[in-house]
Design a binder for this molecule. Structure first.
Ligand SMILES: [Zn+2]
Length: 87
């Protein structure tokens, strides 16, 4: 069971991989960093598209969706297109 520690909005100082779709989040991007503790400390960075997607799902569904690395999946591409129109 992971424990939520904090959520802060930062401007990234280097490139990061999105926790969800694994896309590169370029440095200088403003994003929310969520810190969790589960044995170790984890910092979760999510791109704008995934952030919107996450709002549509419960957290466990979001994690499950990306578990097998879905970015190439057609379903994901479709969702991504729709979300990109929003953000
Ligand atoms: Zn993403």
């Amino acid at each position: 069971m992971s424990r939520f520690i904090s959520s802060i909005v930062v401007k990234t100082r280097k490139n990061h991989k999105c926790f969800g779709c694994r896309a590169i989040i370029p440095k200088g991007t403003k994003l929310e960093v969520i810190t969790l503790v589960e044995d170790d400390i984890y910092r979760i960075r999510t791109c704008e598209v995934c952030k919107e997607f996450e709002k549509l799902l419960k957290a466990w569904e979001f994690e499950e969706f990306f578990e097998g690395g879905y970015p190439e999946d057609e379903r994901w591409q479709e969702i991504k297109r729709k979300l990109e129109e929003i953000v």
